[in-house]
Write a protein that binds this ligand. Structure first.
Ligand SMILES: Cc1cc2nc3c(=O)[nH]c(=O)nc-3n(C[C@H](O)[C@H](O)[C@H](O)COP(=O)(O)OP(=O)(O)OC[C@H]3O[C@@H](n4cnc5c(N)ncnc54)[C@H](O)[C@@H]3O)c2cc1C
Length: 434
């Protein structure tokens, strides 16, 4: 199962086309081989090049670097994630650890953006956790109590004020946290590709098909060439199971999203000319909706255990209809042709929202499975995986490794059936929030 992205991601189509680096077409040697060039692999390569300047560092990317999920996500760089207000000590401790890790991850992205003067439409506007349903208000109030408990700045906002801020009367309540950032994900990923140190060799359109270890090194095959590597860093996130690792702890989920054309002046005035905002649903499988700085609306309200090799144009068109219905609920004036682009992306999930960061074998390392929140975590984990691979320990690594491990998952096909059943249940519960 190898990635095969559509070419219709609105974040990417707004950027100039970047010609791909060559495909690997020889048998080569590397001290360090990184498989996958999203935020994780690119951050790992950048850090390794600093730590081991004399070594040969090679990245193999199946498609174009930084054009997988890292370019296709919704662009929320988050500090806090919605918590239903766990009142047990364990629940609160877990929330606190996760929050601190996310803060560290945000700082890592901020440092990259500042150091390299990256324009990625960075906006420290925070995020709204919102609902249109009375039944979810209690969940939001509990979340607010947790945030208050830890001194995390936020407001609770109700109907009229909320509709003034968002320009839609759809939502009835929200918790707005101020710590998060909204950004253009493809611009961030593109910057990570363009700022790769010169010593890193990147081969694109070069999928790894098989790998094995023999006599202390790794033999990694691609369609037209191979790499013999002393060390390998696996950074393919949703595609980790297809490389034969962590399939018992992580699984891919395909998400689809759409972006409208910019609102006209008249439409924008109708909604009260609000500033840029991002809403995450208080309901699992509810819609993620953003108003961008250039007045477009992004919506993601579909997620499925779909075979990510091939999301056909027809299948995407069906998802676009679901997105449009979600938009109409919030902005009923939008015409049927308001959506300009629709795309899919593959993310990685574990059963208990835990992440993967570990040494699998001598010379073999893996990081991934960020569940919904990989912009910050992937950037942080990639850098920290480089430290781990050279045998150095850091404070950040201690924080990562103190987090719970992913639960064991049932084997296929039971896993697929289970995921499908869970998604179906969540979809039904979220019908009114999609
Ligand atoms: C629609 C959507 C919305 C999201 N929204 C958010 C959000 O708002 N905030 C947030 O923090 N996170 C979000 N995420 C998650 C986030 O995008 C990911 O967690 C993040 O991109 C992970 O980065 P990565 O580098 O580990 O993986 P990826 O970006 O998936 O990169 C992995 C790379 O490996 C390559 N690859 C795979 N298999 C092979 C192979 N065999 N050989 C060579 N290369 C291979 C792929 O082509 C890909 O380029 C979202 C994801 C999606 C899909």
């Amino acid at each position: 199962m190898l990635p095969n992205n559509d070419n219709t991601c609105g974040w990417l189509t707004s950027l100039p086309n970047r010609p791909a680096n060559p495909t690997l077409s020889a048998d080569i040697f590397a001290d360090w081989l990184i498989i996958g060039a999203g935020y994780t692999g690119l951050s790992a390569a950048r850090k390794l090049a600093q730590l081991q300047p004399l070594d040969r560092i090679v990245i193999l990317e199946a498609n174009k670097a930084g054009e997988g999920a890292s370019a296709r996500n919704s662009g929320y760089l988050v500090d806090s994630t919605l918590n239903d207000g766990h009142l047990s000590d364990a629940g609160l401790e877990n929330f606190k650890q996760k929050y601190e890790l996310n803060k560290l991850a945000m700082d890592t992205v901020r440092e990259f953006v500042n150091e390299h003067r990256v324009d990625c439409d960075w906006n420290e506007s925070g995020k709204f956790h919102a609902t249109s349903l009375e039944k979810n208000e209690e969940k939001l109030l509990n979340f607010s109590s947790t945030l208050t408990n830890f001194g995390i700045p936020h407001d609770v906002i109700f109907a009229e004020e909320l509709s003034r801020r968002l320009g839609t009367v759809y939502y009835r309540a929200a918790v707005r946290t101020t710590g998060g950032v909204l950004l253009q994900p493809a611009k961030l990923a593109r910057a990570m590709v363009e700022r790769l140190p010169l010593s890193v060799e990147l081969f694109e359109q070069t999928p790894v098909t098989t790998w094995h270890k023999s006599e202390g090194s790794f033999n990694v095959a691609t369609p037209k060439g191979s790499v013999r590597a002393k060390n390998v860093l696996l950074c393919t996130n949703g595609f980790l199971p297809s490389l034969g690792v962590v399939a018992d702890r992580a699984f891919p989920l395909t998400l689809t999203a759409s972006l409208t054309r910019p609102l006209t002046d008249e439409e924008f005035e109708t909604i009260g000319s609000p500033g840029e905002w991002g809403v995450l649903s208080a309901q699992a499988m509810g819609a993620t909706v953003r108003l961008t700085g250039d007045r477009r609306i992004m919506i993601r309200n579909t997620a499925e255990a779909y075979n990510p090799i091939n999301m056909t144009a027809d299948t995407l068109a069906k998802r676009r209809q679901i997105h449009f219905q979600g938009l109409l609920r919030r902005f009923p004036f939008l015409p049927p042709n308001a959506i300009e682009t629709t795309w899919s992306g593959v993310t990685c999930i574990s059963g208990n929202s835990a992440n993967i960061f570990e040494k699998l074998d001598d010379g073999l390392f893996v990081a991934g499975c960020y569940n919904g929140g990989g912009i910050g975590l992937a950037t942080l984990f990639g850098e920290q995986l480089a430290f781990k691979a050279i045998g150095e320990s850091t404070r950040a690594m201690e924080k990562i490794e103190a987090r719970p491990q992913p639960n064991w998952l049932p084997p296929q096909p039971f896993l697929r059936w289970g995921v499908k059943a869970r998604l179906m249940r969540d979809r039904v519960l979220a019908t009114k929030e999609r």
